[in-house]
Design a binder for this molecule. Structure first.
Ligand code: DX5
Ligand code: ZN
Length: 215
């Protein structure tokens, strides 16, 4: 079963409630919220206060992707804002094992994200602790980029590692996901698909979400 996580990064920020309702109607499984700090990535988006307000408008689980330095400092804010999954970048967390435990101590799910150049090896000793691994299939920071082909091999390697340890962990992919590549990527083992521009830049957001779900 594949799950769809529309990323509001490409949504109309002046009408976020309305846009979330449109993907909700299309059957979205999560709302993917990209938090960027202008340091870890060269772009700035929104933080916990915006997420807290959005929490009031929908019941869909919030999948919060933190592209920020020193994530530990803000994790409690995102928990209080209503995050259901909090994903931190391996590259941004000096004590990743501790950070994962910290996220889980609040009773929310913990994910770890890997930039395209980061090896699966880097999370080999913490993978038993996480609920989800996010393979970045573009360099983080912006919507509308192209899927990096080498990431297919990485998804296969990750799936192999997870299976070899008999773990039950979601593999999320984020960046350049479109209606025409999702099936192939799913065949490598990914099961949660983030889609920003493919959904929110379309003229019928609900219908495109539904098409993603029905693949
Ligand atoms: C990029 C973000 C993504 C972004 C994906 O750094 O993490 O979630 O919204 O956008 P698309 O689907 O347009 O590649
Ligand atoms: Zn993201």
């Amino acid at each position: 079963m594949i799950k769809i996580a529309p990323s509001v990064l490409s949504a109309d920020f002046s009408r976020l409630e309305e846009q979330i309702k449109l993907v909700e109607e299309g059957g979205a499984d999560y709302i993917h919220l990209d938090v960027m700090d202008g340091h870890f990535v060269p772009n700035i988006t929104f933080g916990a206060p915006v997420i807290k307000m959005l929490r009031k408008v929908t019941q869909i689980p919030f999948d919060v992707h933190l592209m920020i330095e020193n994530p530990d400092r803000y994790i409690k804010d995102f928990v209080d804002a209503g995050a259901d999954i909090i994903t931190v970048h391996e590259e941004a967390s000096i004590h990743l094992h501790r950070t994962i435990q910290y996220i889980k101590s609040f009773g929310v799910k913990a994910g770890v994200a890997l930039n395209p150049s980061t090896s699966i090896e880097n999370i080999k000793y913490v993978i038993d602790e996480v609920d989800m691994v996010l393979i970045m299939t573009v360099n983080p920071g912006f919507g509308g980029q192209y899927f990096i082909e080498q990431m297919k091999e990485k998804i296969i390697d990750l799936k192999r590692l997870i299976d070899s340890k008999n773990l039950n962990i979601d593999i999320q992919v984020d960046g350049g996901i479109k209606l025409d590549n999702i099936k192939e990527i799913a065949s490598y083992g990914a099961n949660i698909f983030v889609a920003g521009s493919a959904i929110f830049n379309s003229s019928d957001i609900t219908n495109v979400t539904r098409m993603f779900k029905n693949l």
